[in-house]
Design a protein around this ligand. Structure first.
Ligand code: DAT
Ligand code: MG
Length: 149
């Protein structure tokens, strides 16, 4: 079982799309492990997006992610990192496949609604950055055996 960090970014929160993102991940069969509605500090934003520092879109990205609250979550499942990114769609919403969240709800790369970790290693690092260990809930879902082979 693999875990990944998911954020509904400020545009998704402001547009009332938290529920739709959660529904799609639930429908997929992924299991929620943690959730926290929060205002992102500049410090957290800069650590989370450190890899993009120096890029032309960096300042806009930091302003965007700190501009309103986000819904931060951890989801798990088999190959959860790849599965969630597949459900999110391409970074550029106008290149995202129909049926993906970014295709169905977004147009601009700077308002692409969600974040999802891009590798298992980054997933674990991002989960540790956004959540304290006791905020991650270990639980058994009754229907797991009908979703996980
Ligand atoms: P992703 O969020 O799909 O993992 P990323 O990690 O490459 O994409 O970039 C992080 C965010 O930065 C992305 O969700 C939106 C923004 N971004 C990326 N490339 C951009 C660009 N060329 N112009 C504007 N914003 C960009
Ligand atoms: Mg990324």
């Amino acid at each position: 079982m693999q875990r990944t960090l998911v954020l509904v970014k400020p545009d998704g929160v402001q547009r009332g799309l938290i529920g739709q993102v959660i529904t799609r991940l639930e429908n997929r069969g992924l299991r929620i492990v943690a959730a926290k509605f929060m205002q992102v500090s500049r410090e957290l934003a800069e650590t989370h997006y450190a890899i993009h520092k120096g890029k032309p879109f960096y300042d806009g990205l930091i302003n965007y992610i700190t501009s309103a609250p986000v819904m931060a979550m951890v989801w798990e499942g088999p190959d959860a990192v790849a599965a969630v990114r597949q459900t999110m769609g391409s970074t550029r919403p106008r290149e995202a496949a129909p049926g993906t969240i970014r295709h169905d709800f977004a147009l601009d790369v700077g308002r692409n609604l969600t974040h999802a970790s891009d590798s298992p290693e980054n997933g674990e690092a991002e989960i540790a950055l956004w959540f304290k260990p006791h905020e991650l809930v270990q639980w058994q879902r009754e229907i797991d055996r009908w979703i996980f082979e």
